[in-house]
Design a protein around this ligand. Structure first.
Ligand SMILES: Nc1ncnc2c1ncn2[C@@H]1O[C@H](COP(=O)(O)OP(=O)(O)O)[C@@H](O)[C@H]1O
Ligand SMILES: N[C@@H](CCC(=O)OP(=O)(O)O)C(=O)O
Length: 375
């Protein structure tokens, strides 16, 4: 378990850098900062550390190249900007890391890569193979193709998922603030920095506001959520300012910079960690015998017709537990409908959903791709 005292022992380190750190207020890339980061990380790699960089900035770089002044409003436009920007980003990283003698590799992930067990294992194997060859994987979400329901949505969560997948020792999130403050420092000038957070209580979660600039995505909220994944996966996490020269080195020296979240003592088993990616289980649905059979042996999705009971207060996108009539947990998966809506449509045929709810966004309550069997 890593604390401030022994951070220098961290061998496998994930560093996440946000758009607010990678770009100027003009929206253009902050090349000096990217260069310094590449140099610092290369030096750590030279010391024998295994480095993984999770980088944002594709949408920002694409917007700049396309001459867009505001974030695109439609998803396809945002995806187009990301597709343009991702190439630009990688080109710069490849050049800068290359100058310091490092080999980099682009890895683009979506939620499907963690929800699906095979893809999860495959991502893990690829990343570890790269690290074993001394390559620095440079990771972003595959924004150009990640459709809404299979999106991670922010790179804070993505970086924690990556750290968890590859058994990292340490995750460093670099942003445009020094760390977590008692309130958003942009709006509360008297807010003070919290140097260590030992327990992510609801009070701590409430401190966290949204992004500080129009360029950022998740703000402090997603960083705290990322910390939950990290600490439960045995990964110590530090949030620090990407604007500080030599910040990664300072963190590793155990200097009191940023906010540290100390990992829990025991890493969850890999399978458990994978399940935890669906975040917490927000509720449960009980299914009938036929549905149980279809799920366990037929490779089916969970349809409303097979559901006989709903418990908990979940929303679309939450993870639910799927249990048999006898209360046995069969699977976990991400629900396409809220608890309120599932209560209205349980037991009915898919064709009837729109008549009952007035809409039907999906045929399945839980799509097979977003489900994991537990038996
Ligand atoms: N309690 C808080 N402590 C620190 N920053 C906060 C807090 N609440 C909200 N924020 C905002 O979070 C921003 C960092 O997140 P974000 O803009 O998404 O940056 P990044 O691009 O690095 O992910 C800060 O600039 C700050 O305005
Ligand atoms: N994947 C997106 C960034 C998403 C994101 O979380 O951004 P940020 O809050 O700046 O870390 C991109 O490359 O533009």
């Amino acid at each position: 378990m890593l604390t401030r005292k022994n951070l220098a022992d961290a061998k496998r380190i994930v560093v996440k850098v946000g758009t607010s750190t990678l770009t100027h207020a003009t929206g253009k890339l902050n090349l000096l900062r990217i260069e310094k980061l590449a140099r610092e990380l290369s030096d750590l790699a030279n010391q024998g550390k295994q480095i993984i960089l999770v980088t944002s900035g594709a949408v920002g770089a694409g917007m700049d190249r396309l001459g867009l002044k505001e974030k695109p409003k439609t998803i396809p436009e945002k995806q187009a900007a990301a597709a343009v920007g991702q190439g630009i980003l990688l080109h710069i990283y490849e050049k800068m890391f290359g100058e310091y003698g490092q080999i980099v590799a682009q890895v683009l992930l979506t939620r499907a890569d963690s929800v699906n067990r095979k893809r999860y294992t495959n991502s893990r194997n690829t990343l570890i193979a790269l690290l074993n060859q001394g390559v620095i994987p440079i990771i972003n979400e595959n924004d150009a193709v990640a459709i809404d329901e299979l999106k991670i949505g922010d790179n804070d969560t993505l970086s924690a998922m990556v750290a968890s997948i590859i058994d990292a020792d340490l995750l460093i999130i670099l942003s445009d603030v020094e760390g977590v403050y008692t309130a958003n420092p942009q709006t509360e000038p008297n807010a003070t920095l919290l140097s260590e957070i030992t327990d992510i209580t609801p009070d701590i979660e409430e401190l966290a506001g949204g992004p500080g600039t129009l360029r950022g995505t998740g703000g402090m909220y997603t960083k705290i959520q990322a910390a939950k994944i990290a600490v439960n996966s045995g990964v110590t996490m530090v949030i620090a300012s990407g604007g500080r020269d030599g910040v990664v080195r300072e963190v590793l020296q155990g200097n009191k910079v940023g906010t540290i979240f100390i990992s829990k003592e025991n890493r969850l088993q890999i399978r458990k960690r994978w399940l935890a990616f669906g975040v917490t289980v927000s509720g449960r649905v009980t299914v009938d015998k036929g549905c149980e059979q279809a799920l366990l042996t037929g490779g089916s999705s969970l349809l409303a017709a097979g559901i006989v009971e709903v418990e908990g207060d979940f929303e679309l996108g939450n993870t639910v537990s799927i249990v048999s009539g006898s209360g046995r947990e069969l699977a976990r998966g991400i629900t396409n409908y809220s608890a309120e809506d599932v209560k209205k449509i349980m037991g009915v045929h898919t064709n009837e959903i729109s008549d009952i709810l007035g809409f039907k966004t999906y045929d399945e309550v839980v799509h097979r791709d977003n489900m994991v069997l537990l038996v």
